[in-house]
Design a protein around this ligand. Sequence first.
Ligand SMILES: [Zn+2]
Length: 248
Amino acid sequence: MSEKEYLPRRVMSIHAHPDDQDFSVAGTLAKWAAAGCEVITVIITDGSAGSNDPVHAANYKPTLASIREQEQRAANAILGIKETVFMGQPDGELEPTVTLRREVTKFIRRYKPEVIVTSDPQAVFYGNGYINHPDHRAAAQLALYAAFPSAGSRLLFAELLDEGYEPHNVKRVYIHGSEKPDTWVDISETLDTKIAALKQHVSQVDTHEVDEWMRKWAEEEGKEKSLKYAEAYKVMILEEQEESKPEN
Ligand SMILES: [Zn+2]
């Protein structure tokens, strides 16, 4: 099956901070949403550490958390995402604990996504200039191990059964930011939507520079496959799709 034809029916996008999704995978999500896919965003931390402005003291954190929640909702509205889950963990302190994996597992069992979209838990460094935020790695690890084995294993977190959360098998995991991508999603038609979504994160991004940067990144990600703009993934296929019926 070529990647062009693959359209999941329901997707869960799992990330650490408000804005992570929109920097990385929003072009793919907008494309799928426009084609009828239902997308659920899960943001694990509250984003309350996302400011270095010296005017703000520690008591600004709850205000910033609420600003960032609104920014993510505005971004998701642009992307065509109707459902957003904020888990509210403290920004900058995320660990991939079993307790949090149980929580993420619960959301996967509740919404039953076919695909999980997240980042690469192995990415410690990007180039020579960026040490990957530890929250990003922790969120990716939570997403990955909630997708497998936790969501589909009946007696793993068996107490969830008593709460009515039956096992659910995720079919694919799309991992963005991998050193060795194997799947490219053409986002030429949704790059503008991605940029518009990212610009909703007013507390985080320089809205004047975002256009140029996002175009440059999308060009770089598409280069290997001669696509003008792309988002590149390593894709884990945990369960093959049923063959679609031939058209009459
Ligand atoms: Zn982040």
